[in-house]
Design a protein. Structure first.
Length: 214
């Protein structure tokens, strides 16, 4: 009887410890997100994150040895959320024009960044190499998604290089960065210029291709 009871109880211990570890890791990430949104990147040290989460800094180091690891995990969380939202938005009603697609993408990104100030603190930190690589990977994946959509609906010629749309994303990202430097909410004038510049750039390439065929 005692052996049976011991056998049944033993597996419960690591499961409970695992749940506790997952909850603690989540608390660290949530604290980091809050600090980034309220005080910016410089405040989100491992010590500051631990204090905000109510977790000893030694325990924080058990899960993350450097704050870049915290930033990378938070960025991945945001990138996954944005990817899902863009996929849903672009899979809806077929777009009628190139500006329609640009507006859909910009509106969605703007709404997300305005709702997640902690994400803004990480997304536009270009001097942070690991984080910049994640943003670049995200932009390249979304550029290809948009390029395929535009080609599928005959809004751009099929031979328009993917590089054109990738560069449009790069330009848009830089202008978004400028908009959020000017205002925590993203300066509306700069965002309006981002729309204009991105649309004009891609349309110029489309016009050149069309002229070359005539």
């Amino acid at each position: 009887m005692f052996e049976k009871k011991s056998t049944l109880q033993t597996p419960q211990r690591p499961a409970k410890a695992q749940r506790r570890g997952i909850a603690r890791r989540q608390a660290i990430l949530d604290a980091a997100e809050a600090l980034l949104g309220e005080q910016g990147y410089e405040a989100a040290t491992l010590k500051g994150i631990g204090e905000r989460a109510g977790i000893p800094v030694a325990s924080v180091y058990h899960y993350f040895s450097h704050r870049h690891q915290v930033g990378a995990e938070l960025l991945q969380r945001h990138a996954d959320a944005l990817d899902a939202r863009l996929a849903a938005a672009l899979a809806g009603e077929p777009p009628r024009t190139l500006p329609d697609v640009v507006d859909t993408v910009i509106d969605l990104l703007l709404d997300y960044f305005r709702s997640h100030p902690g994400c803004v603190s990480l997304w536009f930190k270009r001097h942070l190499a690991p984080e910049s690589a994640q943003v670049r990977e995200f932009d390249e994946a979304q550029a290809e998604r948009v390029w395929r959509l535009l080609v599928a609906h005959d809004l751009i010629p099929a031979d328009l290089p993917l590089l054109v749309v990738r560069l449009a994303f790069d330009v848009g990202n830089q202008l978004f960065s400028a908009a959020f430097r000017r205002s925590p909410e993203g300066d509306d004038v700069t965002i309006r210029e981002a729309r204009r510049i991105v649309i004009a750039y891609v349309e110029a390439h489309v016009s050149e291709r069309s002229a070359g065929r005539n």
